[in-house]
Write a protein that binds this ligand. Structure first.
Ligand SMILES: NC(=O)c1ccc[n+]([C@@H]2O[C@H](COP(=O)([O-])OP(=O)(O)OC[C@H]3O[C@@H](n4cnc5c(N)ncnc54)[C@H](O)[C@@H]3O)[C@@H](O)[C@H]2O)c1
Length: 255
């Protein structure tokens, strides 16, 4: 897939899925704007990318002024915008009665309002170039998990916002899709990866028998952003090793 002459914004680009996707877009020829709250991480990732096609901007996606400045910086530097990958996110664990209101408001602001703000700021520019939006939802937005009430809620919101925006902006030629990863090896899930029993419990439920790598997700983001997906919009695409193929019953090996 070629993204020569394309301008791409990646939020949450300082780590994990965002960093892998920023690298993949850059390798495919795009000019890439890497946005994150962590400037140090951005500098580390961007330092290995071509200087003339790379821009970093410290951005808190939950703040409208930051997000507007991020989109303006992309357009000012590279002359337009073709793709925004709304990916920045945080994890809040626990059932509702153990989730503080502050944590609830924080995850709504970053994971859901962040997607709204990024899309809102990008849309005028995406319309001009018939560009597209790719969001990071999750398998946790397609069904529920144990003790992830706030996370499941906001990811469900991202999944349905993806559908709603696809319907609203299709006539303008703007496609909107989302990737839905299951457990992926990033900083967000380090605790889970370090716990043998947790990893085994996940592997028991993943038909392909391994957890995801950030590059697995990045490749699908590039596909959704590419002309190969030119007739695909409103899709929340699981990138999950087959987790969501199951009806939920235990996966037993035949004796
Ligand atoms: N890792 C998984 O198993 C998994 C599974 C499904 C979905 N996801 C989703 O993938 C996305 C990327 O997460 P990851 O796994 O790469 O985690 P990560 O922690 O490695 O990366 C998340 C990045 O987002 C940045 N960030 C956090 N708050 C921000 C804010 N307010 N503004 C801008 N940047 C902010 C962080 O600094 C970090 O660099 C998230 O939306 C996450 O919910 C992850």
């Amino acid at each position: 897939m070629k993204f020569d002459d394309k301008v791409v914004i990646v939020t949450g680009a300082g780590s994990g899925i965002g960093a892998a996707t920023a690298r993949a877009f850059s390798e495919a020829g795009a000019s890439v704007v890497l946005a994150d709250v962590d400037q140090q991480e951005l500098d580390d990732i961007a330092g290995k990318l071509p200087r003339d096609r790379t821009l970093t901007i410290r951005t808190d996606v939950s703040r409208a002024d930051d997000v507007d400045a991020m989109v303006k910086a992309a357009v000012d530097r590279f002359g337009g915008l073709d793709v925004i990958f709304n990916n920045a996110g945080i994890l809040v664990e626990g059932p509702v009665d153990k989730t503080s209101l502050d944590d609830w408001n924080r995850i709504v602001a970053v994971n859901l309002t962040g997607v709204f703000l990024g899309s809102k700021a990008a849309l005028p520019h995406l319309r001009e170039r018939k560009g597209c939006i790719v969001n990071t939802a999750s398998v946790s937005g397609l069904g529920g998990d144990l003790e992830m009430a706030a996370y499941d809620t906001v990811k469900g919101g991202v999944a349905n916002l993806t559908r709603a925006m696809a319907i609203d902006h299709g006539r303008a030629g703007v496609r909107v899709n989302a990737v839905c990863p299951s457990l992926t090896r990033t900083g967000m899930t380090e605790d889970m990866q370090d716990d043998e029993a947790t990893v085994k419990a996940f592997l028991d439920r993943i038909p392909l028998g391994r957890i995801g790598e950030p590059e697995d997700i990045a490749k699908v983001v590039l596909f959704l952003a590419s002309d190969y997906a030119g007739f695909v919009t409103g899709v929340n695409l699981p990138v999950d090793g087959g987790v969501t193929a199951s009806n939920g019953q235990p996966l037993f090996e035949n004796a």
